[in-house]
Design a protein around this ligand. Sequence first.
Ligand code: PMP
Length: 363
Amino acid sequence: MTRAFNFCAGPAALPTAVLERAQQEMADWQGKGLSIMEMSHRSKEFVSVAEKAEQDLRDLMQIPDNYKVLFMQGGASSQFSMIPMNLLRGKGKADYICTGQWSKKAIAEAKRYCDVNIAATTEANNFTSAPSQDELTLSADAAYVHYCPNETIGGVKFDYIPDTGDVPLVADYSSAILSEDIDVSRFGMIYAGAQKNIGPAGLCVVIIREDLLADADAMLAGTPTMFSYKVAADNGSMYNTPPTYSWYLSGLVFEWLKQQGGVAAIADINRRKAQKLYDFIDGSDFYANPVAKHNRSIMNVPFTLKDAALDKTFLAESEAAGLLNLAGHRSVGGMRASIYNAVPEAGVDALIQFMAEFAAKSS
Ligand code: PMP
């Protein structure tokens, strides 16, 4: 099998070993004579797959017992509304830190439900850094503080976890979950769309401290049942039919990650991959990355070419060389290499070699 190196921001590369196992099990799951996709979500077989996936994620992230893990639908974008619906709990205000396009989308949605205090924004420097702790203007009466630890489009990463005192901290970890160890106990809630480091699209993982599960009378009036974290928690994320195949495949990715040595081991590789690529970009006068060095993402590396007129050729030639999906987000242009857990170091080496050769012949 020939597999290209895939630098897509999401849906992103999956480990080849995971796809091969899924292929093997596709038509006849473990001798049961049917595919996992064709089973009831309430069968003991699927429930065992679902429970193992949750336990493996708990092990990988060392999730404390007083946190629920929910496998939800509607992508990370639905969380932008579910968060205020569930977490305002009678309060009228929430704090949001704004570091890029995904922060802005979360803010726009929250404004439909409450007053939003922008605790800090880096829009003035075109979202090329994250604010420091002492630049945050937090409100004592906020129901929660929301931020995006890794902005997928700008490639901006927080190099610390904000201290919000007793106010629950909510993090959109979509593009950085499982890339490095984090102390889950610092957060009220973590969420992440699956289609980067978790598995295929269709799931959004929510990790929430139990005391934040609002019951029906604490929810914003009119909140749909399907949008209640408590309903999801009380029903093992099976209030309705969950996307079983995505859940199963995510479980295979968690198993794979454990076999790689877990999050600490993959984090070493991730940091090395990113460092190589940034060192190469910084050492070249043909490519550039605008992000403050201490805020550079190790998952998403945006870069520009000296002359944007060369972008099309760069993309065509990189694709022909088996280096796929290097175009930057449609809102910003340029290039972006997303180097999630499943992108091997050899992919980064091949990219750097291609970039060097392209610069040499185009300069
Ligand atoms: N937040 C972040 C940080 C993202 O990168 C994305 C998707 N790229 C989203 C939210 C939206 O995710 P979804 O498409 O799953 O709604």
